[in-house]
Design a protein around this ligand. Structure first.
Ligand code: FAD
Ligand code: DLZ
Ligand code: SF4
Length: 511
């Protein structure tokens, strides 16, 4: 008689998966809280808690629905703390003769599971997670005959293939991309919507984590955990976004303001990345809301959001599977420095960085432009090694899983891939940060000053970056103009900027 063991990973909590469509007594599911996963990077406490809380809730649901399940808790005595060791133990203890798993999203775990399957003396197979719009290989096939990996080309093909906001093979409004209508600063007297948060008591999980002496970063309010931990909560958060935030999503997508957690962003990435909800249902829900209230929700708000999900999210995953494992070692600028200490405390006089880092430590969240144009921008200008930057992003954000973190961090933000994901490095001086935020007004540093006392560090570091990397960047058609400006600058001004940058880099921990 067939006795099957099926592994469910902590980011595979998809209750609509075919696996669960019927109860099969010859199948036993296994979920496990293991040290290999809690310790491969220093995670934010809210990330570990969020994943464990969601895993435990998912396990309870499976049991209520009469599926057989083994759940290995963090402090269980028989927990051997790795996927492979636990599976080997269970197979020999209970005599399973078949092993199944869903394809892992991370290259690291994919390799572990492939090796595990060959090392077992029983049959095994892997199935799809039934979550994404694309397969792992699809993007590679799509770009096989094209010169570059342009996201926009991929995005349009996704719209057509999945018939999203199109009529035949044309966009429903005659225009594919409305990015130009977005990107406004928050007006001074505008009070953004209050974020919709949960207040789940997760103190028992925090106790387990403390007892196991897992090293984490950040803080947690264990009586009021703000993140969704099950499908019902995820759908509630999605509803809040569709009803309350979508109508201003695009407009303020790139805006930043002190002490504002998420403005009009959805904060749906955690729910999606652990598969409590699917990208398809997220998109269907927002399109439904737009159809209900077309006069209140302009099309560009909707298009901007849909593009992030069927465009960027699927694109980043496709690049990951096309370029790993080499991608994880790319370092185009040969950067070598360490992150300043204040990345772990938020204790810096630079207001934009202080706010973004403190918020990340308090909530395990920062929105896209904070990640790209504040912390990422600074790390790139300061010449930080991409490994350092990757570990920070992979640890600190609740939604951070390597398949989507590394392509964004090493690729989009650090340009360490030399231009696979982006066409030019995302760097800026204080001018951009001030244009999009309300950080500069109350900063210790002065946004308009480039050298001398209280000069904003972004200003000199920006020119220093271009100067140092001229041989690598000057031929880039999107950057050439900056070099024209740099070359025309008076030589004493250039020297002063470079000296200022040098001073700041030498004293980076004191900024
Ligand atoms: P919203 O702004 O409401 O956007 C909706 C959804 O679109 C997101 O939930 C996300 O699923 C998707 N999305 C938007 N932008 C991207 C993008 N660039 N790549 C992939 N999906 C996108 N996203 C992660 O999910 N995990 C990460 O570890 C991660 N690391 C990042 C690191 C850096 C340096 C940068 C610049 C971006 C990173 N992103 C990551 C992308 C993006 O910042 C987050 O998806 C987004 O901030 C999540 O918040 P939200 O759900 O409120 O997003
Ligand atoms: C991120 C994470 C953590 C912290 N802990 C666990 C765990 O104990 N058990 C588990 O199954 N998954 C965990 N995860 C999520 C995994 O790291 C994720 O499944 C892999 O990244 C595979 O994509
Ligand atoms: Fe950031 Fe410079 Fe503005 Fe201060 S002045 S908030 S450091 S950009």
């Amino acid at each position: 008689m067939k006795k099957t063991l099926r592994l469910i990973l902590g980011d595979q909590l998809n209750s609509n998966h075919t696996w669960f469509s019927e109860v099969d007594d010859s199948v036993v599911y296994v979920m496990m809280e293991v040290r290999t996963e809690t310790d491969y990077v220093k995670h934010h406490i809210q990330k570990v808690v969020g994943i464990f809380a969601a895993m435990r809730a998912f396990a309870s649901e499976l049991k209520v629905n009469n599926h057989k399940l083994i759940y290995l808790h963090l402090n269980d005595e028989n927990n051997l703390h790795s996927f492979e060791k636990n599976i080997h133990q269970l197979v020999s203890e209970f005599g399973f003769n078949h092993f199944e798993y869903q394809l892992a999203d991370e290259y690291r775990v994919d390799t572990i599971l492939k090796e595990l399957s060959t090392s077992l003396s029983i049959t095994s197979n892997a199935v799809d997670t039934e979550h994404f719009f694309t397969t792992r290989e699809e993007l590679g096939h799509f770009f096989a005959t094209k010169k570059s990996f342009l996201m926009e080309t991929f995005y349009r093909s996704m719209r057509k293939k999945h018939q999203i906001l199109v009529e035949g093979d044309q966009p429903v409004t005659g225009q594919w991309n409305y990015d130009a209508d977005n990107r406004k600063k928050l007006p001074k007297n505008h009070k953004p919507i209050t974020p919709f948060v949960f207040n789940t008591d997760v103190s028992l999980i925090v106790e387990d984590i403390n007892k196991a002496l897992i090293t984490t970063l950040g803080t947690i309010d264990s009586k009021n955990f703000i993140w969704p931990i099950n499908r019902t909560q995820s759908l509630e958060l999605l509803d809040f976004f569709a009803v309350e935030c979508l109508s201003l999503f695009g407009t303020y997508q790139d805006a930043m303001a002190p002490n504002e957690l998420s403005l009009y962003h959805s904060r749906i990435s955690f729910s999606m990345n652990i598969k409590l909800i699917s990208p398809r249902e997220v998109i269907e829900r927002v399109i439904e809301e737009w159809r209900l209230r077309p006069s209140e929700i302009e099309f560009h708000q909707l298009e901007g959001f849909v593009r992030q999900i069927i465009g960027w999210r699927e694109y980043m995953r496709g690049i990951y599977w096309n370029k790993m494992p080499q991608y994880a070692a790319l370092n185009f600028f040969e950067h070598k420095e360490k992150l300043p200490h204040w990345f772990w405390t938020g204790k810096t006089k630079m207001n934009c960085l202080k706010d973004t880092i403190q918020q990340s430590l308090n909530y395990a969240y920062a929105h896209h432009i904070q990640r790209l144009m504040i912390t990422g921008n600074f790390a790139l200008l300061a010449g930080i090694h991409p490994d350092e930057v990757d570990s920070w992003y992979l640890g600190i954000y609740i939604d951070a899983f390597e398949w989507v973190e590394i392509t964004n961090t090493r690729g989009m933000s650090q340009f360490a891939d030399g231009g696979i994901v982006g066409t030019k490095p995302y760097v800026s001086s204080a001018a951009y940060i001030d244009k999009m935020s309300h950080y500069c007004g109350s900063c210790f540093y002065k946004k308009n000053i480039k050298t001398g006392d209280k000069a904003c560090p972004f200003n000199s570091l920006y020119w220093n970056f271009y100067d140092k990397n001229e041989s690598k960047l000057a031929s880039n058609p999107r950057i050439g103009m900056m070099y024209n400006v740099w070359r025309k600058m008076k030589s004493e001004d250039k020297t002063a900027l470079l000296e200022q940058a040098n001073y700041y880099l030498k004293n980076i921990n004191e900024l």
